[in-house]
Design a protein around this ligand. Structure first.
Ligand code: G3P
Length: 224
């Protein structure tokens, strides 16, 4: 499974990249807004220079021509850029047209298996089902991942399933069990994957015992 961070924050991206387990980054207009007064295209370039992997950057046009223009411009920024296209009618058209121009895409805002089927048929490189937002309305986001995995498997689509709107480690675990290709998560969630109290307690016990062992060796050497 590939790990992406879902952030536009350069410090978080650098820290995740330093861990050596980062395969890419996803951004969206809300995440870019959190970074304040930055130039969007320049910011995308800076992210691409940090990460050796795919970096999703989203169009904000909602009509076909506008999405094509923005998609081509984003594509020019860096080889790592994957153009994020919303799952609407003109978006489906744009996915197909961008694919024909050799521009890679991530189809975003997916909330149903039939939307995912459409995106795959249109040639999307990634589909982004939003797990957490489905859970937010008292439904089960993970069922959507299971269903997309099965549908893509049934027909041999090579669109990668990018589990998005991940909120906690259990989402990551369940997406991995379901066979999602990618999990994109906030940096905080990535660090939470490490946490286990038995690891902390176990390490402390090993370190304490090591100190005791060294003390005993020293004492024994003193007696000789
Ligand atoms: O990048 C899209 C997605 O991950 C958004 O997550 O937490 O805003 O639902 P969230």
């Amino acid at each position: 499974m590939k790990f992406f961070v879902d952030t536009a924050n350069l410090d978080e991206i650098r820290e995740a990249a330093d861990m050596g387990v980062l395969d890419g980054v996803t951004t969206n207009p809300s995440l870019v807004k959190e970074e304040g007064n930055v130039d969007f295209h320049e910011h995308v370039f800076r992210i691409c220079e940090i990460v050796d992997g795919d970096v999703s950057a989203e169009v904000t046009a909602t009509d076909f021509d506008g999405m094509m223009d923005e998609g081509r411009t984003l594509h020019q920024i860096h080889d790592n850029v994957v153009v994020k296209i919303p799952l609407i009618k003109d978006g489906i058209k744009a996915l197909r047209a961008l694919d024909e121009e050799g521009i890679r895409t991530n189809c975003t805002l997916c909330f149903s298996p039939t939307q995912a089927l459409l995106a795959a048929k249109a040639g999307a490189d990634y589909i982004s089902p939003f797990i957490g937002r489905i859970d937010d309305i008292s439904s089960d986001g993970m069922t959507l991942i299971d269903e997309i995995v099965q549908i893509y498997d049934n027909y041999g689509f090579d669109t990668e399933i990018l589990a998005a709107s991940i909120r906690h480690p259990t989402h990551v675990k369940r997406a991995a069990l379901a066979g999602a290709d990618v999990a994109t998560m906030p940096f905080e969630t990535l660090t939470k994957l490490l946490n286990h109290p038995l690891t902390d307690n176990g390490l402390q016990r090993f370190l304490d015992d090591w100190e005791a062992y060294k003390e005993a060796r020293k004492a024994e050497a003193g007696m000789e």
